[in-house]
Design a protein around this ligand. Structure first.
Ligand SMILES: NC(=O)c1ccc[n+]([C@@H]2O[C@H](COP(=O)([O-])OP(=O)(O)OC[C@H]3O[C@@H](n4cnc5c(N)ncnc54)[C@H](OP(=O)(O)O)[C@@H]3O)[C@@H](O)[C@H]2O)c1
Length: 303
């Protein structure tokens, strides 16, 4: 997917690196585990709540010292957008306090932190893809607490980048693709929203991007720099569902409905397409179109 760079070669030839992946039981963490072999010089430590709770400051500090961690990839998050509305304290603890603990530890120990955030920091009123510097205005608790996490990473002054992504799916965990396949097998007809637009992102592609960025970031330190990463292209949830049914050969009719006809606890941005120009220019990434990546994920699910 990405061009192999000069820095990649330096990294592979000379660098030993100990990488801590938090929230490793989730979608992105699982995809990183799958691709970890592509960085043979790196030693990975995959952790989730039982091994390391990112909100436990003492536990985090002890872990990074004991394992001589030099890089943290934070995949841990409270990702249930609707439940976050009634569990604000828990969402804030995981999405804001957790990144703060990781970032302060990273600042103290000179660790590189790659932190993952979301398109839901935007309110969705734009008419062109969001750039990194566009004003944020999250609509719900999930987006607000994720933005607080971004702010904590920036304020810590640690070596870090923030990767905002969107509409993540994978063969692992729960996500829209797996829900559509399950419901499509049970029902003749499904009603899906057509007036929310974004870009589905295969977590495997995001994991590959993280592993491409890593050696470059070791060589060229950055502090709190934000990058947008999704697959290429744009669609509505209705288009996404229709394509899932078509590509998987599922005989289920998808009916487009409006957001107002499908009330949810959390308000979501109507338009949350992210502009990926910055990450592509800076790191020479070539990003697959969402339909191509969806095909790969469906094949992985069939296997
Ligand atoms: N999913 C999306 O559509 C989406 C969209 C945009 C951005 N993102 C962002 O992308 C990143 C990865 O998302 P994902 O879909 O891979 O998330 P995910 O599948 O929900 O995985 C998150 C993992 O973090 C774990 N976790 C929760 N609290 C923790 C804690 N205190 N300490 C350590 N681990 C903890 C979760 O464990 P439990 O399952 O036991 O809680 C889960 O295994 C997140 O930053 C998310 O905000 C996701």
């Amino acid at each position: 997917m990405a061009e192999k760079s000069y820095f990649w070669k330096i990294f592979n030839d000379t660098m030993q690196t100990n990488i801590l992946v938090t929230g490793a039981g989730g979608q992105l963490g699982s995809e990183l585990r799958k691709l970890a072999h592509t960085l043979p010089e790196a030693r990975f430590f995959f952790t989730d709540v039982p091994e390391m709770d990112i909100t436990d400051e003492k536990g985090v500090r002890e872990f990074v010292v004991a394992h001589r961690i030099d890089t943290i990839v934070n995949c841990a998050a409270y990702t249930n957008v609707d439940k976050a509305e009634s569990n604000e304290a828990t969402a804030r603890k995981i999405n804001a306090r957790g990144p703060e603990v990781l970032a302060q530890t990273a600042a103290d120990k000179d660790i590189l932190l790659i932190h993952v955030s979301t398109d839901y920091v935007f309110d969705g009123t734009a008419h062109r893809p969001y750039r990194e510097e566009d004003p944020v205005a999250p609509l719900g608790v999930y987006g607000k607490t994720k933005r607080e996490g971004e702010e904590a990473v920036i304020a810590s002054g640690c070596r870090s980048v923030i990767l905002r992504t969107a509409w993540l799916y994978s063969a692992y965990g729960n996500n829209f693709v797996k829900t559509m396949l399950r419901l499509g097998a049970e029902w003749e007809e499904l009603r899906v929203i057509f007036d929310q637009v974004g870009t589905p992102t295969y977590a495997e592609d995001l994991a590959a991007a993280v592993l491409t960025l890593l050696p470059r970031l070791q060589e060229e330190p950055q502090q709190g720099e934000i990058y947008h990463f999704t697959n290429e292209g744009v669609c509505s949830w209705y288009d996404f569902a229709t394509t899932i049914m078509e590509l998987s050969g599922t005989d289920c009719r998808v009916i487009p409905i409006e957001t107002k006809d499908y009330p949810t606890a959390a308000e979501r941005p109507a338009y949350s397409v992210l502009n990926k120009g910055k990450i592509k220019a800076r790191f020479g990434l070539t990003i697959p179109h969402w339909e191509k990546s969806l095909k790969r994920c469906l094949s992985a699910l069939q296997e």
